[in-house]
Write a protein that binds this ligand. Structure first.
Ligand code: IPD
Ligand code: CA
Ligand code: CA
Length: 271
């Protein structure tokens, strides 16, 4: 499985380098998606094209699910059914505004299970990577790789919690209502603008936990494995696996407290 991780790292690096080199002073939206604030830049598309080309060149039989290009089917391979999950820029709004939390996120699934995940937080020069069962690492150029461990033993009242908001006004109204109940119960809230980077922040102990309604598989597939390999628990409400309705992530103990705070607030609804 390290071959998948190595390839994902190489491709995420190449896409990140291309984005840094080509990013104009103020990237413009070329299209809106689910709402006026849900935008795509030309470089989201260029990044996904580069990633797809590299995957196809190295592993022509694999399926690819990318945020911008949708799903392409694959064939059964020697390793099983392999699918690559790609967010070519996670944090496009940060990318447009020149804020440092945007990332290239690539995960590899074999027979439905994520076995490798890479999140390249390009402006920070930080590449987070994990292989299933092999732990999670932070790589920085010129520095030894750092083994990641999420924070443990933090009570909810002392927890710094990352979250994010969707693009639909009706969804945001409920997210604001839920947040109003969460904020008085925790240390503070962070809204970084990249789900993938948020999950890596859980892995690195830069926040204690994360929850979000509406994050998609390409947002959390890679970061979710990285957080889990750093010791965090990631899941949905009432024992469900993580999913777009709600994703919660924190060390065991805090996960349950955060879950029990969120669950009665019915956070999976939209207005
Ligand atoms: C978004 C970011 C953001 C999260 C949204 C995502 P995008 O991804 O991950 O942090 O709150 O739910 O859609 O649109 O920048 O790829
Ligand atoms: Ca995304
Ligand atoms: Ca994206």
């Amino acid at each position: 499985m390290t071959a998948f991780l190595d390839l994902a790292v190489d491709i995420a690096r190449e896409a990140g380098d291309m984005l840094l080199a080509k990013r104009p002073a103020r990237p413009e939206a070329v299209q809106t998606k689910s709402s006026q604030t849900d935008v795509v830049t030309a470089l989201d598309r260029a990044s996904e094209e580069l990633i797809r080309d590299r995957i196809k060149a190295a592993r022509p039989g694999d399926a690819i699910l990318g945020e911008e290009g949708g799903e392409t089917v694959g064939a059964e391979t020697r390793e099983g059914r392999v699918r690559w999950i790609v967010d070519p820029i996670d944090g496009t709004v940060n990318f447009m505004y020149g804020l440092p939390d945007w990332a290239v996120s690539i995960a590899v699934e074999v027979d439905g299970e994520v076995v490798a995940g890479v999140v390249n937080v390009v402006p920070r020069g930080e590449l987070f990577a994990a292989g299933k069962g092999g732990g999670a690492e932070l790589m920085r150029q010129g520095m030894p790789a750092e083994r990641l461990h999420c924070n443990t033993g933090v009570p909810l009242s002392q927890a710094l919690i990352a979250t994010g908001f969707g693009y639909q006004p009706g969804r945001r109204a409920v997210q604001a209502e839920v947040l109003a109940h969460v904020l008085p119960k925790v240390r503070d809230i962070r809204r970084g603008g990249s789900c993938a980077a948020d999950l890596c922040s859980v892995a690195a102990g830069r926040v204690d936990g994360y929850y979000e309604r509406g994050a998609e598989y390409w947002d959390f597939a890679a970061g979710g494995l990285i957080a889990a390999e750093a010791g965090a628990r990631i899941g949905g409400l009432r024992g469900r696996p993580y999913n777009p309705d709600l994703t919660v992530c924190a060390a065991p103990g805090l996960f349950e407290q955060l879950h029990d705070l969120l669950e009665p607030l019915d956070p999976e609804r939209d207005a």
